[in-house]
Design a protein around this ligand. Structure first.
Ligand SMILES: Cc1ncc(C[n+]2csc(CCO)c2C)c(N)n1
Length: 218
């Protein structure tokens, strides 16, 4: 298809699974003002574990990056995760008096997501990791922009959604998208198809991860 960038191709080929994730019950419950407190608590514990994993994923991407500009940017992402995001979890878990050990961190859907993302970063090429994080970030930015327009009563939940709907996060997701489009010309069709499959796999892992916030499979 002429005139289509690689990121456009990836988003087009994965439209159904991407839409399923950005319309996940977790997002529509926040939007409708009826996310159960227990679901938010469980999500925060699972999400905190993922953000810790994300630091390792970006460290692996930094090690595989080809230019100093890419390394500088990725180190900035790690700094933000380790200092701003982890601080949000420390603050929020304390404010909500959440005991992480009261939730099952061994949930197979949470483990599959964290291990699956880390596996891409360890075994894959630089661009595989970039596509996996683009999948995770573009998806969050998309639903958070929509949901941020709704009234969110809980200030900590409101802050979390606003963080992912804001300009800093949009620039970060946009940087990942730009990396993909700049690499476009150097990839043959099979290479592009492989990256598109990585994006789809991540959305499927994300759906299961957000299902897990609702507790046991019934
Ligand atoms: C389950 C889950 N999936 C995606 C994101 C979006 N996101 C926000 S920060 C970050 C890592 C580095 O920027 C990512 C992927 C999330 N928070 N949690």
């Amino acid at each position: 298809m002429t005139g289509e960038t690689l990121s456009e191709r990836i988003l087009r080929e994965n439209e159904a699974v991407f839409e399923a994730m950005v319309r996940h019950r977790f997002t529509t419950d926040i939007e409708g003002g009826h996310l159960a407190g227990e679901v938010f608590d469980r999500y925060l514990v699972y999400e905190g574990a993922f953000v810790d994993t994300a630091i390792s994923i970006f460290a692996l991407a930094t090690a595989k990056a080809g230019t100093i500009e890419q390394k500088r940017w990725l180190i900035g992402v790690q700094d933000d995760l380790a200092n701003q995001q982890i601080a949000y979890f420390e603050r929020t878990l304390a404010a909500r008096v959440i005991d992480p050990s009261s939730f099952n961190l061994g949930d197979p859907r949470v483990k599959a997501f964290c291990a699956g993302m880390l596996d891409i970063a360890e075994k894959g090429a630089f661009l595989d990791t970039i596509v996996a994080m683009f999948a995770a970030e573009w998806m969050y930015w998309t639903w958070s922009k929509r949901v941020a327009a709704a009234a969110i009563a809980d200030p900590l939940l409101k802050e979390w959604v606003a963080m992912h709907a804001g300009d800093t996060f949009a620039r970060q997701a946009g940087w990942l998208r730009q990396q993909i489009d700049e690499a476009d010309a150097s990839l043959d069709d099979a290479g592009q198809a492989r990256l598109s499959a990585v994006f789809g796999r991540v959305q499927a892992l994300e759906i299961a991860f957000h299902d897990a916030a609702y507790g046991n499979i019934v």
